[in-house]
Write a protein that binds this ligand. Structure first.
Ligand SMILES: [Zn+2]
Length: 317
């Protein structure tokens, strides 16, 4: 760690802790190349000062930021986009074509969040969520490329966690920015430097078959590392991918098992995801004790269960 809350991963790639929900839960990644910068996922509006500080620490002024890149528009990744864009006079924002209108007008994203958490809690967690003027938005469809001071960034369509998800391959390092497509990997769990990953099936577009394919597609490029929003740089990717494939199947099987459980379904899915977390802790010898593990995964257990419900509903199961 180069300074508190900033992680220097080499190749001009950094993570800034956005301190969403808790510390070391949500990362905002920076790519710095020859005095220009891109911000990959933004955290919430509350994280704006942290991003500006982290850029400043690399000698990058707001006017030297060329891109704000969104892997997808879930608010823990995109909530701060409008406020950041207002600080970066020369930046363009990139987003999957399916996500663009939600960034221009975040009303629907916010309404969905308010429906779950209520007005007050939404405001507390996300702050003021601003839209981004349409003319500053670049839609990054499958195969799109951009250059950051000559450094090529390649965008691949990556459905599975969300239909409007892209992953980004950095041409200089060969590494990927995977957003939520390569699961959750909290550094608190690491055991003697060994990392672990657990899928996120959060609402409302979980698609297990697509998620399997998106993971394999990234690995087909043979990256040595990739960066996940929750949290940071991952290596030993083939090992982690095998775990993810197994756990995605376990989530899908769990949902299938309870599809006709009626009013009990939500409770059974929460219990089921909780059991998957605890079983994985045992299997992998995660460093955290049982109760602490459940604390760290509390929000994810709830969201994974909700997402499985959405999937069953969407499939008409
Ligand atoms: Zn997400």
């Amino acid at each position: 760690m180069s300074s508190p809350g900033i992680f220097d991963y080499g190749h001009g790639i950094f993570a800034v802790d956005s301190v969403y929900d808790r510390r070391l839960q949500t990362a905002i990644h920076l790519i710095v190349e020859d005095g220009r910068a891109a911000v990959v996922d933004t955290g919430t509006s509350h994280a704006v000062p942290r991003v500006l500080d982290a850029l400043g620490a690399q000698g990058v002024a707001p006017a030297q930021v060329d891109y704000v890149i969104l892997t997808h528009v879930h608010l823990d990744h995109a909530g701060g986009a409008g406020q950041l864009m207002a600080r970066f006079p020369n930046a363009r924002l990139t987003v999957h074509p399916r996500g663009a209108r939600h960034i221009a007008d975040p009303g629907r994203l916010l309404a969905a969040t308010v429906a779950i958490y209520g007005e007050q809690e939404t405001r507390r967690v996300y702050g003021e969520v601003l839209g981004v003027p349409k003319e500053r938005i670049v839609e990054t469809a499958e195969g799109a490329t951009l250059r950051l001071a000559g450094r090529e960034l390649l965008f691949l369509d990556a459905p599975g966690h969300a239909r409007h998800h892209v992953v980004v391959r950095d041409g200089r390092s060969g590494h990927f920015f995977a957003g939520d497509t390569f699961g959750l990997s909290y550094r608190e769990l690491d055991r003697d430097g060994r990392q672990f990953s657990f899928p996120t099936t959060s609402p409302s577009q979980f698609d297990p078959a697509a998620l399997h394919r998106s993971i394999d597609r990234m690995l087909s490029y043979g990256p040595e590392a990739l960066y996940v929003t929750h949290f940071g740089k991952l290596t030993t990717l083939p090992v982690l991918a095998a775990d993810l494939h197994r756990l995605i199947d376990a989530h899908a099987e769990l949902a299938e098992r309870h599809r006709r459980a009626g009013a009990e379904r939500k409770r059974l899915l929460i219990e089921g995801v909780r059991s998957l977390v605890l079983a994985e802790r045992e299997r992998q010898d995660w460093r955290l004790p049982r109760e602490k593990t459940l604390e760290v995964f509390a929000l994810d257990i709830e969201l994974n269960a909700q997402g499985l419900e959405s999937w069953l509903d969407a499939e008409g199961k």
